[in-house]
Design a protein around this ligand. Structure first.
Ligand code: ADP
Ligand code: TYD
Length: 203
């Protein structure tokens, strides 16, 4: 079982991925918790190239290549071995983030994202939680973290709004694996929904 969390910056993905991991482990299940970009040593090096520096550092096309390179390393070194060992993988972001961030925010590059994904990755999550939330609130939360990884957050609230729409459109496009979760609530209420839905999908 391969579970991904998706949504705009500051929507609560990392928080919910951690709480789901805790919930599954408390039930005695083996879980590999991971994230993108990153999740393996080489992919984490690519993460730094992507998230630090000026917003115009890379073109959208170059970003698609870098995110896909990081994803390939993550898949080879972390995701595939964990799934083969029978562990549940919980990832904070996967290819849906590339479909939205690189695929729609600077022109229509979705076909290129999908073509490269088919060629180099060829795998979707089995279950995707799309955490939906107010873009202004998400941006405020993300900025309050001050991680030094603000390259994308610098794009501003208008872009966050388009990305939110993009994630909701993806959830409609892939209804068999995507569940939209209302993130504008207390952490515990969201986590309870996520845990219940994950349990329903697990054998
Ligand atoms: P993401 O991984 O989507 O960027 P995080 O889980 O890192 O989001 O959350 C961003 C910030 O908002 C963190 O400081 C986190 O503690 C806080 N946060 C997360 N979920 C909630 C919530 N439901 N209500 C209030 N604050 C939250
Ligand atoms: P992340 O660390 O998950 O940020 P946050 O916790 O703020 O949501 O991801 C870092 C940034 O990378 C985020 O702004 C989204 C962006 N990103 C892409 O643009 N494309 C991708 O394929 C991925 C995985 C992330």
């Amino acid at each position: 079982m391969f579970i991904s969390f998706e949504g705009i910056d500051g929507s609560g993905k990392s928080t919910q991925a951690r709480l789901l991991t805790d919930h599954l482990r408390a039930a005695g299940r083996a879980v590999q918790a991971t994230r993108e970009p990153g999740g393996a040593p080489g992919a984490e090096e690519i993460r730094r190239l992507l998230l630090e520096g000026a917003p115009d550092r890379w073109s959208a096309e170059t970003e698609i290549l870098l995110f896909t390179a990081a994803r390939r390393d993550h898949l080879e070194k972390t995701v595939a071995p964990a799934l083969a060992a029978g562990r549940i993988v919980v990832t904070d972001r996967f290819v849906d983030s590339t479909r939205v961030y690189q695929g729609i925010t600077r022109g229509d590059l979705r076909d290129k994202v999908d073509a490269l994904h088919a060629l180099m990755i060829g795998r979707e999550a089995d279950l995707t939680f799309v955490i939906d939330m107010d873009p202004g609130l998400g941006l405020a939360r993300a900025r309050s973290r001050k991680s030094g990884e603000e390259r994308f957050e610098d794009f501003g609230e208008n872009m966050q709004r388009r990305m939110r729409e993009g994630f909701l459109a993806l959830a409609r496009e892939f209804p068999e694996r995507c569940v939209v979760i209302d993130g504008n609530r207390k952490v515990g209420a969201i986590a309870a929904d996520v845990a219940r839905i994950a349990d329903e999908h697990l054998p």
